[in-house]
Ligand binder design. Structure first.
Ligand code: ASP
Length: 618
């Protein structure tokens, strides 16, 4: 139906007769007899000069045959790649008419998100969505190619599955043939991929859809995509190397080819550099201690300072709790008292008893450090010197400090570290606008230099206790305890580290994984520590324990969150911008109106009876 794509016509095509297909992006009348129509397809737009009598309205679908010619001097448009040419002597065939579009497709105008999702098929015609979905496709292709190159085998695992204890609420699917019984949609292929290892597959991957029936408070979706990986006879660093290869290949594929559908000339740009020196590895303890977060945003310098020793034996009660962590805000001494009070309130909201602040002044004539703070009168010269030194603070800086238990002090200062930082482009580093409630109209420009990766390793095996006082697995209960800590599994579970690792990008957890327990006795004792009785373990995971008893290789794996990864690469704040048909934050689909009530007949067939009105929550 066509000889060219709209967006690929250039001056060198002048004189050629071409056939194009696309949508009417824009129409301008020119006098009585002429109309300029911008025709749009996946590659971009080109101007067509039509006879004014030709009917062709916004979003109609046309086939246009015409001759490419250079635009008259002075009327070129340098904003678009086809701006030097136009199509003249056009023969137009209307392939499809369109109702008036629900919103304008101009990129610079923010359309209401509900309308965008309701008419997603129109919204997808925007360049931004086209670019994002094409980038997503390149990312998936590069991830797959890397996996295949590294000897991994793609295996599909069932969607109709059984509950697995990975911490999320699961979607249930009623069985028609066995009334009263349910399948569960996988929150991840975790157990299936471990069974593949027992089955000798050795290196598995899958671009896996995962489903979690979680509240969509933040930027989450019920269903999401992971690059899911598992490998046998590997160390944790082997797994990390395999993941890094795939992730960095995908980053290059995403950023090296921003063309929207136009075949890319690989010689056109210099290849992107990798990450010099590889991806930094931080222990969980160091990540918390230095950055106050298990997903540190390394775009922000400013590690936390440790004032614990400075105040360990001091009378300054506000600073002498078990740990004292501090943060230097360069140039922050001029923050108003109201801003400082707001920071104090924020620290309290995060759980701290208070927040100490010190404005760093010029040194006095005797060369001593000078601070402005309600606490200053309690400090000795040595303490002043020590805290300025520890935080590498200069005159004009602001120092903030919290004293409490180590983990709380780290977490509070870690949150303030992010919330008070600005990125080099001036945007706040803290929660993206999408999470604050706004939707930016344009994506941010992304370069490899604006992407800061790190590995966080040796997480605690457990993360606190549940309502019954039982330890909660920090990752999932199939995670291998650190060999040096295994003997404390029953006596001091809180101190046991795991062979678990996360990949972090710009303060987001891009994925997580671990070496797994392959010894059935150790797995049984972990279930025991978690308060899962032998009987319960047998009925829920008997199949896994039996598999582990049949000759299980040591194995480990990882899962990369593809939606978040693509959003970061595309400079988008919300993953909804990189998913073709996402749900809204209240879990609805404005396009199909799902979820919807089922016919009484279907319910009866499934053996289900409803309690309460359809559409009500619980
Ligand atoms: N199943 C884990 C998850 O979905 C990933 C892994 O441990 O490989 O987070």
């Amino acid at each position: 139906m066509r000889t060219h794509l709209c967006g690929e016509l250039r001056a060198e095509h002048a004189g050629e007769t071409v056939k194009l297909c696309g949508w009417v992006a824009h129409r301008r009348e020119h006098g009585e007899h002429l109309a300029f129509v911008d025709l749009r397809d996946r590659s971009g737009v080109v101007q067509c000069v039509l006879d004014g009598s030709v009917e062709a309205r916004s979003e109609w679908v046309l086939q246009v045959e015409g001759q490419v010619r250079r635009r008259p001097a002075g009327s070129e448009n340098s904003d678009i790649p086809t701006g030097e040419v136009e199509l003249a002597q056009c023969e137009v065939t209307v392939l499809s008419k369109a109702e008036t579009p629900p919103f304008g497709l101009d990129e610079r105008v923010a359309a209401d998100e509900h309308a965008r999702l309701r008419y997603r098929y129109v919204d997808l015609r925007r360049k931004r969505m086209q670019d994002n979905l094409r980038m997503r496709s390149r990312v998936l292709q590069a991830l797959r190619e890397s996996m295949l190159r590294q000897g991994f085998c793609e295996v599909e695992t069932p969607l109709l599955w059984t509950p697995t204890p990975e911490g999320a609420r699961e979607f249930a699917v009623p069985s028609r043939l066995r009334r009263g019984e349910f399948y569960v949609l996988p929150q991840s292929p975790q157990i299936a991929k471990q069974l593949l290892m027992v089955g000798g597959i050795d290196r598995y991957f899958q671009v896996a859809r995962c489903l979690r029936d979680e509240d969509l408070r933040s930027d989450r979706q019920f269903e999401f995509t992971q690059l899911d990986i598992e490998a046998s006879f590997v160390s944790a660093s082997d797994v990390r190397d395999a993941v890094a290869d795939a992730v960095l290949a995908a980053m290059r594929a995403a950023l090296d080819d921003p063309g929207a559908g136009v075949p890319h000339d690989p010689g056109a740009g210099a290849p992107l550099a990798g990450i010099p020196g590889g991806i930094e590895v931080l222990s969980w303890h160091d990540a918390m201690d230095r950055y106050g977060s298990d997903k540190p945003d390394l775009r922000i310098g400013r590690p936390l300072a440790d004032w614990t020793e400075v105040f360990a034996r001091s009378e300054v009660r506000a600073l002498s709790a078990p740990a004292c962590k501090a943060l230097c805000i360069p140039g922050g001494a001029n923050l108003s008292r109201a801003r400082l009070d707001a920071l104090v309130d924020r620290a309290k909201a995060l759980g701290a008893a208070g927040l100490a602040w010190f404005r760093v002044g010029e040194r006095d004539p005797a060369g001593k450090a000078v601070l402005d703070s309600p606490l200053d009168k309690f400090l000795t010269d040595d303490q002043r010197e020590a805290i300025v030194g520890e935080a590498a603070a200069a005159p004009g800086d602001l120092l903030l400090a919290v004293a409490s238990e180590w983990r709380l002090a780290c977490e509070v200062m870690g949150a303030l570290r992010v919330e008070t930082a600005s990125l080099p482009d001036g945007t706040p580093a803290g929660s993206p606008a999408a999470l604050r409630g706004g939707m930016p109209t344009a994506a941010r420009a992304v370069t490899p230099g604006s992407l800061a990766y790190c590995w966080v390793v040796d997480f605690p095996l457990f993360d606190g206790v549940d309502e019954e006082g039982m330890p909660v697995p920090a990752h999932h209960p199939f995670t291998m305890p650190h060999p040096e800590d295994i003997e404390r599994l029953s006596s001091d579970p809180a101190s046991v580290r795991a062979l678990a690792y996360d990949l972090v990008l710009n303060g987001w957890e891009l994925g997580s994984g671990s070496i797994r327990v392959h010894d059935p006795d150790l797995q049984a004792s972990i279930f025991d520590v978690l308060g899962i009785s032998e009987q319960d373990a047998e009925s829920r995971f008997g199949f896994l324990l039996r598999a582990l008893r049949s000759g299980a290789p040591p194995h480990g794996g990882f899962a990369v969150g593809v939606d978040r990864f693509v959003a970061l690469l595309a400079g988008e704040e919300s993953i909804r911008e990189v998913i073709a048909f996402p749900k809204t934050q209240s879990g609805g689909d404005p396009l199909t109106d799902a979820p919807k009530p089922l016919d009484a007949r279907v319910l009866a067939e499934l053996g289900l009876a409803l309690r309460g009105e359809p559409g009500s929550g619980n």
